[in-house]
Design a protein around this ligand. Structure first.
Ligand SMILES: Cc1cc2nc3c(=O)[nH]c(=O)nc-3n(C[C@H](O)[C@H](O)[C@H](O)COP(=O)(O)OP(=O)(O)OC[C@H]3O[C@@H](n4cnc5c(N)ncnc54)[C@H](O)[C@@H]3O)c2cc1C
Length: 487
C-alpha cells in the first residue's frame, strides 16, 4: 500500500511538471528517497568535526533525539547524554489527529524510544529537575548531578487541562506518558482531546457516538476549542473539526444536517497568514461549519455537558482628556454552550521545573535568539522544539529546520568559531491542514507571514496528493530522516 502511494505521489509530481530536484527541497534527501521508492537513503554531506565536548540534551522527544542523532553523525568523538524519562517519547504525535478520526490506530503512532537511541548516546531515564547554568550542571529526579559543556533544552511542552475550571484536573501532562488521571475525565461524556495519545483513541470513540446519534435522527452539537496560549500544531484544533464533518458526511446527508459544528477560538482569525485565513474561511462556509472568534474556554460541566467561554472584546472606552484619545478596554462576558461532543485543545505551557529555573523565563518558554537558538543569557545553552521561546515554532516541521541550526552552532562554538556566520533559523513551519478524508491544504509559511510553498502549486488549494503525503510519507520521513539525524 505504502509503495503504491509513493508511486502515486511520484506520478502526480510528474503530471504537475515538478522535478525530483524540487521535491527534494521539501522532503529533504531521505524523504525524497522514500518518495521515489529508492531503498538507499542518502545522507546530507557533512564534514565531521574532531572537536570534543560534553553535550547534554534535556528531552528525548522528536527534537531532542534528532539532535542527538545528528551530533553522532557530525562529531568524530561524540559525548552525548540525553535525559528523558519516557519509554515512548519519540512517538509520532502528528498521527494523533488521524487516530482521533479513526484513520489510524494508536499503534500506528507509538514508537519505543529505545529503538531510536543512536549508537554512542547515553540515555538517563529520569527528568532534569534543577538547573545551575552558572556552574554548568543540572540535577536529575534520581538525584544525579550532571555536568556539561553544552546544554540543549528540548523538553517539549505540557498540556494544562487543569487551567480549565470544572474538570477537576490538578496535574499537567505530556502528549505521551502517564495520562491515567486525565483520561478519567477527558474522554468521558463526549469530552475529547487528540492532544494526548489515549485521548486521541477516546476521541474516535466519542466521534463515532456523535455521528451515530446524528444518523439516528438526533440533533447534536459539536464544539471545538482553541485556547489563549501558544499551542503545538496550531492547525490541529481545526483538523479534527474538518474530520468530524467528513465522518458525518460519510454517514449521509441527514446525519450531517442533524449536526451543528461550531469552532470557538480565543483569537480573532483562522490563521496568521492572510491567504490561508481566507482559504479556511471559504472551506468552513462551504461545509456549513460555524465559528465565533474571541471565545476562550474557561469551564466545563462534564456531567451536564456545558462549556463556558470567556467572550472578550476590545472596545473604545472613555475619552482621555490628557492623552486626547479614547481609552481601550477589554470587556468579558461568560457564554454557556451546550455540547454533545466537545474537542478541547488545552492551554499549553513549559514544564514547571524549567519555566521556574534560571534557564526559563517569566513566560515559561526558554528564551533564545530566534535565529541562532542560543540562550539569551547562557551562551553554552541552546533550545529547540516546542519549549523554545521562538514565534510560531511549535511543530515537528519547525524542529526539522531548528535541529540542524543547533547542531551546527554548537559544533562551531566547540571549534572556536563564530555562529553568526552559520545558517540561521528563519521561522519556517509547515501545517498539513487536513480538510477532509482525502484532502489536505499544505500550509507552509515563515515569519514573513506569507505562504512559502516548496512547489509551484497554489498553496491554498486542498489536494489529494498532500493527503497521501500526510498519511503515508511524513511518518517514515520523520523516522528515517529526522530521527536518524539525516535530513
Ligand atoms: C495532535 C497533534 C498533532 C500534531 N500535528 C503536527 C503536524 O501535522 N505537523 C507537525 O510538524 N507537527 C505536529 N505536531 C507537533 C509535533 O508533534 C511537536 O511539535 C513535536 O513533537 C515537538 O518536538 P519536541 O521534541 O519539542 O517535543 P516532544 O516530542 O513532545 O518531546 C519532549 C520530551 O521532553 C521530555 N521532557 C519533558 N520535561 C522533561 C524534563 N524535565 N527532563 C527530561 N525530559 C523532559 C518529555 O518526556 C518528552 O518526551 C502535532 C502534535 C499533536 C499533539
Amino acid at each position: 500500500m505504502m509503495k503504491e502511494s509513493m508511486e502515486l505521489i511520484d506520478a502526480h509530481f510528474k503530471e504537475e511538471g515538478i522535478s525530483r530536484r524540487d521535491a527534494m527541497k521539501l522532503f529533504g534527501a531521505s524523504g525524497a528517497a522514500m518518495l521515489m521508492g529508492s531503498a538507499a537513503i542518502p545522507t546530507e554531506a557533512q564534514a565531521s568535526s574532531s572537536a570534543k565536548a560534553k553535550i547534554v540534551i534535556v528531552g528525548g522527544g522528536l527534537a531532542g533525539m534528532s539532535t542527538a542523532a545528528r551530533f553522532t553523525r557530525n562529531l568524530d568523538n561524540p559525548d552525548i547524554t540525553v535525559i528523558e524519562p519516557g519509554e515512548t517519547a519519540t512517538s509520532y504525535q502528528p498521527g494523533q489527529t488521524l487516530v482521533g478520526a479513526g484513520v489510524w490506530d494508536n499503534s500506528d503512532t507509538e514508537y519505543q524510544t529505545a529503538d531510536f537511541i543512536p549508537d554512542d548516546v547515553t540515555v538517563i531515564k529520569e527528568k532534569a529537575v534543577e538547573f545551575d547554568p552558572e556552574n554548568n550542571t543540572l540535577t536529575t529526579s534520581g538525584g544525579q548531578k550532571i555536568s556539561y559543556d553544552y546544554l540543549v533544552v528540548a523538553a517539549g511542552l505540557k498540556l494544562d487541562f487543569g487551567a480549565i475550571e470544572g474538570l477537576g484536573i490538578t496535574e499537567t501532562i505530556t502528549s505521551r506518558g502517564d495520562d491515567s488521571a486525565v483520561r478519567k475525565i477527558i474522554g468521558q461524556n463526549g469530552t475529547s482531546s487528540i492532544y494526548f495519545a489515549n485521548g486521541a483513541t477516546d476521541t474516535w470513540t466519542n466521534m463515532q457516538k456523535f455521528v451515530d446519534d446524528a444518523k439516528s435522527g438526533k440533533k447534536v452539537k459539536g464544539v471545538f476549542t482553541h485556547p489563549n496560549t501558544p499551542i503545538k500544531c496550531g492547525g490541529a484544533p481545526k483538523k479534527i473539526m474538518y474530520l468530524t464533518d467528513a465522518r458525518l458526511r460519510e454517514a449521509g446527508d441527514a446525519a450531517r444536517a442533524n449536526a451543528d459544528l461550531h469552532f470557538y477560538p480565543n483569537g480573532g482569525k483562522m490563521f496568521g497568514v492572510p491567504e490561508y485565513h481566507d482559504a479556511i474561511k471559504a472551506q468552513f462556509e462551504a461545509r456549513d461549519m460555524k465559528w465565533s472568534y474571541n471565545h476562550n474556554l474557561i469551564k466545563v460541566d462534564t456531567e451536564n455537558k456545558i462549556a463556558t467561554f470567556d467572550k472578550h472584546a476590545t472596545v473604545k472606552g472613555a475619552w482621555d482628556e490628557d492623552l486626547e484619545e479614547f481609552e481601550m478596554k477589554t470587556t468579558h462576558e461568560n457564554v454557556e454552550v451546550p455540547f454533545d461532543f466537545l474537542h478541547i485543545t488545552p492551554p499549553m505551557k513549559a514544564a514547571e521545573e524549567i519555566a521556574n529555573s534560571p534557564i526559563g523565563s517569566k513566560a515559561g518558554w526558554v528564551p533564545v535568539d530566534k535565529e541562532t537558538l542560543q540562550h539569551v543569557k547562557y551562551k553554552n545553552v541552546f533550545s529547540l522544539g516546542d519549549i523554545a521561546g521562538v514565534p510560531m515554532g511549535k511543530t515537528g516541521g519547525s524542529a526539522r529546520k531548528q535541529y540542524k541550526v543547533v547542531v551546527d552552532n554548537i559544533i562551531t562554538l566547540m571549534e572556536g568559531g563564530d555562529i553568526n556566520k552559520n545558517d540561521k533559523y528563519a521561522g519556517y513551519t509547515v501545517c498539513p491542514l487536513i480538510t477532509s478524508l482525502g484532502t489536505v491544504m499544505l500550509a507552509e509559511f515563515d515569519w514573513s507571514a506569507k505562504p512559502t510553498p516548496s512547489f509551484p502549486l497554489d498553496p491554498t488549494q486542498e489536494r489529494w496528493i498532500w493527503w497521501l503525503l500526510k498519511v503515508y510519507a511524513l511518518k517514515p520521513m520523520t523516522q528515517y530522516g529526522m530521527l536518524s539525524g539525516r535530513a
